[in-house]
Ligand binder design. Structure first.
Ligand SMILES: [Zn+2]
Length: 261
């Protein structure tokens, strides 16, 4: 990914998406906001203990950084599920209930989701001008949010997986993501015993490669163009919020995706 700074706000963009002028996208960091304490500083998570006025101010800052009209933004109440929503101008300014995947093909509609270790996945079909923003944690992964999103793109928009450009943003990496037996069992059931997605540590702990699992699912579905940020949120709490590294007391950074007017 490419690191950029605007008015003190630091964000990343996928090199594979930047050639497409119609695509507006960014994965923001925690740098450049107004929140304090564990939410320092560009937290966009409401309902996690931060000051509401600071969170509102942070939203204004990220919208300003990209030149977005706040009224055009559609977000979702993320629940680690597999629900997919196709959104349009009718949804501007609303929060889609219980959804972790937003799809849009309408110019001027901006999608926003929030992250702190889960995978921000961006999908864009440059032939059919449709895009998706997906929140993928381990529960959503095994619930099938990635295949549900690809299937919706195919059925509703006629997309072919081999045309789709995928970007895997900053998320907790295999270096840091220790998991328990409930996840190990799911990984072995879904990807087989020799997937390489589970790594035994000298301590006896088992680490899971969540971004690698997202990539594997995409490849199994026929998606060929995948850019992986290889940025670990837990290793880089100077730039990103990490639920795991900060023991649950932390903020959320924003990922934004839309088609320009
Ligand atoms: Zn790490």
């Amino acid at each position: 990914m490419i690191r950029r700074t605007t008015n003190g706000i630091v964000f990343y963009q996928f090199a594979s998406l930047t050639p497409y002028r119609e695509v507006l996208h960014a994965v923001f960091t925690r740098i450049g906001g107004t929140s304090r304490g564990p939410y320092q500083s560009l937290n966009v998570g409401h309902l996690i203990g931060d000051d509401a006025a600071a969170v509102d101010a942070n939203h204004r800052r990220i919208f300003q950084a990209l030149g977005i009209n706040a009224e055009t933004v559609v977000t979702a109440r993320q629940v680690h599920g597999a629900q997919v929503a196709i959104v349009s101008t009718a949804h501007w300014g609303t929060i889609i209930p219980a959804t972790d995947s937003l799809i849009s093909a309408e110019r001027g509609t901006v999608l926003l989701l929030r992250f702190a270790d889960c995978v921000p996945l961006m999908l864009y079909d440059p032939l059919r001008h449709v895009l998706a923003l997906v929140h993928v944690g381990w529960r959503g992964l095994f619930a099938g949010v990635v295949p549900h999103t690809i299937a919706t793109l195919q059925q509703a928009f006629g997309c072919h997986p081999y045309d789709i450009l995928a970007g895997i943003g900053p998320a907790i990496g295999p270096c840091c993501y220790e998991v328990g037996p409930e996840v190990v069992v799911k990984v072995e059931q879904t990807f087989g015993r020799d997937s390489g997605l589970l790594q035994s540590q000298p301590s006896g702990a088992i680490h899971f490669d969540l971004p690698g699992a997202v990539r594997r699912q995409l490849q199994n579905l026929g998606v060929q163009h995948i850019e992986d940020s290889a940025l670990c949120t837990s290793c880089h709490t100077d730039e990103f919020f990490s639920h795991r590294a900060e023991h649950g007391r932390t903020g959320r950074f924003a990922a934004i995706l839309g088609l320009r007017e």
